[in-house]
Design a protein around this ligand. Structure first.
Ligand code: GDP
Length: 214
């Protein structure tokens, strides 16, 4: 299903969001964490999401249609140093409102560079999203840049951090757009939240999801 993704609309503001009546899974992360590469890996595309040479450039909420009212949503990367404080504040307002109020939003995939996980802005985002109690998957990406032992240690640290900051239950897995580690598990998470194409959208099943990552 994810391979069918087609860019549909970019919203520069909350007022430009499409009607809130489908099923969507959003992708968030610090600029340059590897979000575009992760989206491209999950959709088997080379350039669906723009892998930027200039981090912080895409300041839009991009909707990719999958058909049957289902969407992948690429949220603007945050925390890029050269973005002005004013712009950053504006995007914090937009992101927090979207994460807290969007009924169509079934769950969130949060991308973190495994070498720089749980930054202060990642924690703000977790604080905004935690009250919704919706499923969250953290992709610790660029795992190919660490040894297996170092990657396992980071995974352990992040899981412990998430237990504190996301009491609703979050999952974290190792991921790499290069080696494709974690791609199938992440696809399973997203597809599970969106439901199958020819059936009524499936309910999220936490016990099933808990086994998938790892
Ligand atoms: P975004 O700003 O979060 O969308 O990040 P991008 O997807 O544009 O990636 C930022 C940089 O990290 C690019 O140079 C990518 O090639 C690189 N990158 C992304 N994912 C991976 C990965 O899994 N492994 C490695 N080694 N590099 C990655």
């Amino acid at each position: 299903m994810l391979e069918k993704a087609q860019f549909e609309i970019g919203a520069a503001d909350l007022s430009q969001l499409p009607p809130d009546r489908g099923r969507e899974v959003a992708f968030a992360g610090r600029s340059n964490a590897g979000k575009s590469s992760a989206i491209n890996a999950l959709t088997n595309r080379r350039r669906l999401a723009f892998v930027s040479k200039t981090p912080g450039r895409t300041q839009q909420i991009n909707f990719y249609a999958l058909g049957a009212g289902r969407y992948l949503v690429d949220l603007p990367g945050y925390g890029y140093a050269r973005v002005s404080g004013q712009l950053q504040q504006r995007w914090e307002r937009v992101l927090s409102a979207y994460l807290q109020r969007r009924a169509s939003l079934q769950g969130l995939v949060l991308i973190m560079d495994i070498r720089h996980p749980l930054t202060p802005l990642d924690r703000s985002l977790l604080d905004w999203f935690a009250p919704t109690g919706k499923p969250l998957l953290v992709l610790l990406t660029k795992a190919d840049k660490l040894s297996r032992q170092e990657a396992a240690r980071q995974l352990h640290t992040v899981r412990a951090g998430l237990e504190r900051s996301y009491p609703g239950g979050a999952h974290a897995i190792l991921f790499s757009a290069v080696s494709r580690q974690g791609v199938e598990a992440a696809k399973g998470f997203v597809a599970g939240l969106l439901g199958g194409e020819n059936e009524a959208p499936a309910e999220y099943n936490p016990s099933r999801q808990r086994k998938a990552p790892g």
